[in-house]
Ligand binder design. Structure first.
Ligand code: KG4
Ligand code: ZN
Length: 341
């Protein structure tokens, strides 16, 4: 009988240390240590992130193996995030994965973090359906905002992207203006659910049909808040829910507009979302409605596979393993890597 394929995956591209064990396309464990240390700085501090990864990686891997109930000798391969991300953070995962693969004498699988966010849709789970090729994926995270045509597991084309800030940055920077802690995206989402989305209106950017721009929106929000605070110093405190709901409404309107343009241009009606911002309650709701209103088939990842996690690295590793796309020990981390690389 053929031995089942078990892959240990490691993700350390930014501020989450994560390890996962998967068996074929099923996730057996997915353990993540978040780094609280950055909250008070209003953003990720690279030096602190790599130090925290060094402290977390051994216990996180151990816990992932324990939860999966397997020993490392049973592993078929080690998958790790090669990039893009913070160099110091990537290096911790890369060196750990290389040494373990060498010690166990098993193959090494180098994974592109951006592809992995998209391939998370192929994790076997009874609660979610899986797209077929080709489909469109709106990748929305703290570092990226892209519309990607996914032709095959590792054959992707960028149809459009942001010309300045990523959507996650727009959330986090708006949150900072409102005095909320980092990462502010989930907080804006939380308060937005209690507010009136039409309370205030913010201008949507004028860019190409499949392009995004969020820096003007951020400046618009900043000027609006400064003006209101001159009139009422307690403006934010008294209207936080409405401000958050209005910001969220504007951002999600922009995302939905771009998806409508994409469907018009490509004729593809299978629409997926991926990345940290795909955890957002409003974009999730709007995509469910789009099934009914526009006849799209939409793919919304489970919460645990939206923000950075190792399970998505594991599933990508599984497809690379099946293709025998192994890396040798000379492989290095790359801070800059496109979804098409
Ligand atoms: O994919 P991710 O974990 O890391 C990157 O690769 O960037 O995305 C993190 C981003 C942050 O900007 C965070 O504020 C945002 O995802 N985010 C959200 C929500 N949850 C996370 N933004 C809006 N609503 C949410 N519920
Ligand atoms: Zn990410």
């Amino acid at each position: 009988m053929k031995k089942p394929v078990y892959i240990l995956a490691i993700e350390s591209s930014c501020d989450d240390t994560s390890a996962s064990v998967i068996c074929k396309t099923k996730v057996l464990s997915n353990v993540t240590a978040n780094q609280e240390v950055h909250a008070k700085y209003g953003g990720v501090v690279p030096e602190l992130a790599s130090r925290a990864h060094q402290q977390n990686i051994v216990p996180v891997v151990q816990q992932a193996l324990e939860q999966a109930n397997i020993t490392k000798e049973k592993l078929s391969a080690i998958a790790f995030t090669k990039g893009p991300g913070l160099m110091g953070s990537l290096l911790v995962g890369t060196s750990f994965a290389k040494s373990l693969a060498l010690a166990l004498d098993i193959p090494l699988l180098a994974i592109n973090h951006m592809q992995a966010h998209i391939l998370a849709h192929f994790i076997e789970d009874s609660a979610t359906k899986q797209p077929s090729f080709p489909f469109v994926c709106l990748t929305i995270s703290g570092g990226h905002t892209q519309i990607v045509k996914v032709k095959d597991y590792f054959n992707m084309e960028v149809l459009g992207e942001t010309i300045d800030d990523a959507v996650g940055e727009a959330y986090d920077k708006s949150a900072k203006i409102l005095g909320l802690t980092y990462p502010g995206g989930p907080l804006i989402d939380k308060y937005a659910q209690l507010g009136n989305p039409k309370a205030y209106s913010f201008t949507k950017p004028k860019v190409g049909d499949l392009e995004f721009s969020f820096s003007g929106l951020k400046t618009g929000i900043l000027y609006f808040i400064q003006k209101q605070e001159r009139i009422n110093p307690n403006f934010i405190k008294e209207n936080l829910n409405d401000i958050c709901a209005s910001i969220q409404y504007t951002i999600v309107e922009i995302l939905m507009d771009k998806l409508k343009n994409t469907v018009k241009q490509t004729g593809i009606k299978q629409i997926a979302i991926a990345g940290g911002v795909s955890a957002n309650s409003e974009i999730r709701k709007r995509l469910i409605l789009a099934e009914k209103h526009f006849g799209w088939t939409t793919f919304i990842p489970k919460f645990e596979y939206t923000t950075d996690n190792a399970a998505m690295i594991g599933i990508s590793g599984y497809f690379k393993y099946m293709n025998k796309s192994f890396s040798d020990s000379s492989i290095t981390a790359k801070a800059r890597l496109k979804v098409t690389d």
